[in-house]
Design a protein. Structure first.
Length: 343
């Protein structure tokens, strides 16, 4: 056979073998990347979950690794991660895909959604009413807008010299607690009123001061509200709650527990009283983990899922009155009138 032909054949065979080897390496690297992605998610759960000590992690890793063997993309790990989150049994941990995270980062306006409406009014010519709606945006400009809008409304209401306040947290199903807490901060009488206890019995309290949101002494977020300072703590306040008050909405309500001028009116809350933290994964997805149970200013722990916060004054929860503002307002005004007439 011609020597040149032999060389060409050798080069062809060598190139083909080299290409196959590179393909194997590529596939292996891709598989390793997928397995590493899943491992990092599981490692976060093991390290940060409030229920971590209750679980058999050896078995969890084994099941997850078996399930990921046929995965071809990182997205194939999402169902495995979600199934593992269910094993944490905290009813609150969640997984958000990169597409869902992108929508949260863009916010309400850029995704064509309506920005949360905050209703406000003067009732009976003497009581100020303000609604604190749920807020599910991770867009910081919208955080500022949420807080500024709420503060503008309470400033306007305060200028009318109301005798008492009604803060409506009914049907606030949660979302981002930072802007909610900043919004209600003018009504709070002290610091360290809300926080959580993690699985290692360590306490973290959240505070808002001079536009900054703190976790213990660590400043985590800045709310751009200028140099405005509002404080409304001396007048009687009714906080409206119901079974639709959940998660961060419950955090907002529990912030008032133990404050002397506060009365809770309504029905019990949902009972998702646990603290969540977001963790960004390699592809931009968010792993949101329940890392502790809510505590109030007295360090009372709200650990039982479904128990929720109980009202001081119960509103009749029959079908005919369940969704009636009138029933809640009637009871709230009754409570405020009684407080004002008490020596």
């Amino acid at each position: 056979m011609n020597k040149n032909i032999l060389v060409v054949l050798f080069l062809f065979v060598f190139a083909r073998a080299n290409a196959q080897e590179n393909l194997i390496k590529l596939k292996k690297g891709k598989t390793d990347s997928i397995q590493l992605y899943l491992k990092k998610a599981l490692d976060l759960m093991k390290k940060r979950s409030v229920n971590s000590n209750r679980l058999n992690w050896e078995e969890i890793y084994k099941d997850a690794n078996a399930a990921v063997e046929n995965a071809r993309t990182i997205a194939d790990t999402y169902p495995i991660i979600k199934m593992t989150l269910l094993k944490l049994e905290d009813s609150h941990s969640k997984f958000f895909s990169p597409k869902q995270v992108e929508a949260y980062l863009l916010g309400y306006r850029k995704t064509g959604q309506q920005f949360p409406e905050m209703k406000s009014a003067i009732l009976e010519s003497r009581y100020a009413y303000i609604q604190l709606p749920s807020f599910a945006s991770f867009n910081f400009a919208e955080w500022d807008e949420y807080v500024k809008t709420f503060w503008d409304k309470i400033s306007e209401l305060e200028s009318k010299h109301p005798k008492g306040w009604i803060i409506d947290i009914r049907d606030n199903e949660g979302g981002m607690f930072v802007p909610m807490y900043a919004a209600i901060s003018p009504f709070l009488d002290q610091h360290n009123v809300i926080g959580w206890k993690n699985g290692l019995d360590r306490y973290t309290f959240m505070n808002f001061k001079n536009g900054k949101f703190y976790e213990n002494n660590l400043a985590r977020y800045q709310i751009k509200i200028g140099n405005r300072k509002i404080k409304i703590v001396r007048k009687p306040i009714v906080v409206l709650i119901n079974e639709g008050t959940a998660s961060s909405g419950e955090f907002a309500a529990i912030s008032f527990v133990g404050q002397k001028n506060i009365s809770f009116v309504g029905t019990k809350t949902t009972g998702l009283t646990s603290a969540n933290q977001e963790h960004k994964l390699a592809d931009g997805a968010f792993l949101v983990l329940t890392e502790g149970n809510t505590i109030d200013r007295n360090r009372k722990e709200y650990a039982e899922v479904g128990k929720g916060l109980q009202p001081d004054y119960l509103v009749d929860n029959t079908d005919s009155l369940k969704n009636s503002d009138d029933a809640y307002f009637k009871k709230a005004i009754e409570v405020l009138s009684k407080k004002l007439n008490t020596p």
